[in-house]
Design a protein around this ligand. Structure first.
Ligand code: APR
Length: 236
C-alpha cells in the first residue's frame, strides 16, 4: 500500500474565504505577528490576542465558510483502499475534517479548541474567550488561551510526523509558502530518507520549490483535484 504524507498550509483554505498570512493582503499585512502570535504578545496584552482569535473563530463558523474541492479531493484520496494517507496541516481551521479527512494532525493547533494553562485541559470551544473567562474544568480565571501553537512554541505531534515522513512513498506539499519551520523542512527530511517522490502544489513557486522533484502551480481548488484524480487513475 502506498504511503502518502500531505502537508497543507493557508493556501488550501484561501478559496474557502480564509486569508493566508504572507500574501499581499494576508493576515500579517494587517496585524503584527509578534503582538498576536507569540507567548510574549499574549502576556503583554491578552485582550488583544483573544480579540484576534475571537474574530477568526467567529469567521470560521460563518455558514459561508465551507471546504473547497481541494479539501474534498484529499478526503477522497484518504478513503481509497490503495493508499495510506496522513494529512499534516499547519492550518487551525477545521475544513479538512469537515471535508471528511480523518487521519489528520493539526501541528499548529486548532481554532475551535481552548486550553487552560492552569489545569492543562484542552476543551472544544466555539464562543469568544475573554481574559477572565473561567475554565470550565478547573473554574479558575485567567488561564484560558487559544489551543494554537505560537512562534517560539513547539508544534504538536512532531515525533509521529517525522516517523511518517521517513516511511512515506510520496510527499505532497499544498498551499504553504515554505517560510515557517519545522514544516518548511519536511521536504528535505523526506529526501534525506531517499525513496519518496516529492511534489509541490501551490499558487506560485514557494520558498522551498527548488527542493521538490515536481512542482505544479495553480489554485488549489484546481490543481489538487487534478493531481488526486491522476493518482486514483494510476491506481486502477
Ligand atoms: N491555491 C494554492 N496556493 C495558494 C492559494 C490558492 N488559492 N492562495 C495562496 N496560495 C499560496 C501562496 O502563494 C503562499 O505560498 O499559499 C501560500 C500561503 O503561505 P502563508 O501565508 O505563508 O501560509 P502558511 O505557509 O500556511 O504559513 C505557515 O505561518 O504565521 C504562520 O502559523 C501560521 O500556520 C501558519 C504558518
Amino acid at each position: 500500500m502506498k504511503r502518502i504524507v500531505i502537508l497543507t498550509g493557508a493556501g488550501i483554505s484561501k478559496e474557502s474565504g480564509l486569508d493566508t498570512f504572507r500574501d499581499a493582503d494576508g493576515i500579517w499585512s494587517k496585524v503584527r505577528l509578534e503582538d498576536v502570535a507569540t507567548p510574549e504578545g499574549f502576556a503583554a496584552n491578552p485582550k488583544l490576542v483573544h480579540d484576534f482569535y475571537n474574530a477568526r473563530r467567529r469567521q470560521l463558523q460563518d455558514p459561508a465558510i465551507l471546504p473547497n474541492p481541494a479539501h474534498e479531493a484529499l478526503a477522497r484520496l484518504e478513503r481509497h483502499d490503495g493508499f495510506r494517507v496522513l494529512t499534516v496541516t499547519q492550518n487551525i481551521d477545521d475544513l479538512h475534517e469537515r471535508a471528511g479527512s480523518r487521519n489528520l494532525i493539526h501541528m499548529h493547533g486548532e481554532m475551535l479548541k481552548a486550553r487552560c494553562d492552569m489545569c492543562g485541559s484542552v476543551l472544544g470551544w466555539t464562543d469568544d474567550i475573554e481574559p477572565f473567562t473561567p475554565c470550565p474544568a478547573c473554574a479558575r480565571e485567567g488561564g484560558l488561551r487559544p489551543h494554537v501553537v505560537w512562534f517560539g512554541e513547539m508544534p504538536l505531534e512532531m515525533e509521529r510526523i517525522y516517523a511518517e515522513l521517513a516511511a512515506c512513498d510520496l510527499f505532497i506539499s499544498i498551499g504553504t509558502s515554505g517560510n515557517v519551520y519545522p514544516a518548511a523542512g519536511f521536504v528535505a527530511e523526506v529526501r534525506r530518507f531517499g525513496q519518496a517522490h516529492t511534489v509541490e502544489l501551490n499558487l506560485e513557486p514557494s520558498e522551498s520549490a527548488s527542493r521538490f522533484a515536481e512542482c505544479i502551480h495553480g489554485p488549489a481548488s484546481q490543481v489538487v483535484p487534478d493531481y488526486v484524480n491522476q493518482l486514483l487513475t494510476k491506481q486502477k
